[in-house]
Write a protein that binds this ligand. Structure first.
Ligand code: EPU
Length: 322
């Protein structure tokens, strides 16, 4: 059975403030930390400046029986208007950096910390003339979020390039896994052992990922990069606040964007939440949308697509909070 969790009372607040100083904020609107620009307040929003501070944050959460939610770039998150109880921990300032180690022949391993933007990992690979990351070009967010979601495009997914990963457990211990020892699904990752009750409340945090890349012709790699980014900009409304693709594709043939388009839903709005005219699977914030607006728009799209095609669309965005 899961144990009762605390909320942040004065003694806990004093403890957090004395350690994190101005790197902890209370009742911080999550709309400031998500690409889609909606979301109620985080009870405590912590931005550790170094890995040791991150370990302290998760240890304090565990000791005080506070739930925590880890966020990378906030690119794939829809936080409800009631906000998030407990601690929200951002990894963007504390788990950064990319290192390289050579393997045999043309094979090269690069390791990147989870708070590094995925775009920076792609840029690094292209800069070093290493093939294997171009599939991820244009995917926003941090590497940690991308590993957790097994992010991908029609060109590939994290699982196809990842060789090893490390995690931090809620007791602060680090563990390393081979990519073969974890299970990647469509936009999901699970660890070998069943999660214990404690791990459900304080789940492991992705710390780093190691990718196996191949030395290649740098000029060709750059040309490929340019054409992938060009195609993505042409098809997707990347200049407007969204959470990327809203729904998972139901299968390899049917695309959620195409079904929403065929259902005549492009341009449909609830409040300021709107289905993009450019791509049916992008829900954009056209001004001051609330999370409720997006959830109503999601219902509308799910109902109409189910009624017309008998297909239930499942959200790809992570819906969190209360
Ligand atoms: N289509 C329409 N109307 C639309 C949108 C798409 O008819 O409004 C058609 C397209 O013409 C195409 C098909 O649907 O024939 C597939 O569309 P697209 O190539 O745009 O790819 P997608 O399946 O909608 C996937 C990923 C994207 C990724 C692109 C490009 C998912 C859910 N989506 O989209 O990933 O950028 O391929 O590789 O896997 C994301 O994960 O956030 C994301 C946007």
């Amino acid at each position: 059975m899961l144990a009762m969790l605390n909320t942040i009372d004065k003694p806990i607040r004093d403890q957090l403030s004395s350690y994190f100083k101005d790197r902890v904020k209370y009742e911080e609107p999550m709309a400031r930390h998500t690409y889609i620009k909606v979301g109620g307040p985080a009870e405590a929003f912590v931005t550790p400046a170094a890995e040791a501070e991150l370990v302290t944050a998760i240890r304090l959460a565990h000791e005080n029986r506070l739930p925590y939610t880890v966020i990378g770039g906030g690119t794939n998150l829809l936080v409800k208007d009631g906000g998030i109880r407990g601690m929200v921990i951002s990894t963007g300032d504390c788990l950064t950096g990319i290192t390289q180690s050579w393997e045999t022949g043309d094979d090269v391993l690069i390791a990147a910390m989870a708070g590094t933007p995925l775009a920076a990992v792609c840029r690094y690979a292209v800069g070093e003339a290493l093939a294997g990351m171009n599939f991820a070009l244009g995917i926003p967010g941090t590497l940690g979020g991308a590993i957790k979601m097994n992010a991908g495009t029609h060109l590939g997914q994290i699982a196809s390039a990842l060789s090893r990963l490390t995690i931090l457990q809620s007791d602060g211990q680090m563990r390393e896994f081979s990519a073969n020892d974890v299970t990647f699904g469509y936009r999901s990752l699970s660890f070998p052992a069943n999660l214990t009750a404690a791990e459900k409340q304080w789940p492991p945090i992705i710390r780093s990922g190691t990718f196996l890349l191949k030395k290649t012709d740098g000029i060709r790699l750059k040309a490929e990069r340019d054409s992938i980014l060009k195609e993505r900009r042409a098809k997707q409304p990347l200049d407007q606040p969204s959470a990327g693709c809203f729904f998972k594709n139901p299968d390899a043939v049917e695309s959620a964007g195409m079904l929403i388009d065929l259902a005549g839903l492009k341009g449909t709005s609830v409040g300021d939440a709107r289905i993009s005219e450019k791509h049916g699977n992008f829900f954009i914030n056209a001004g001051n949308a609330s999370a409720d607006d997006f959830l109503s728009l999601m219902d509308k799209a799910q109902n109409l697509v189910a009624a017309k095609f008998g297909i239930k669309l499942e959200p790809e965005v992570q819906i969190v909070g209360s």
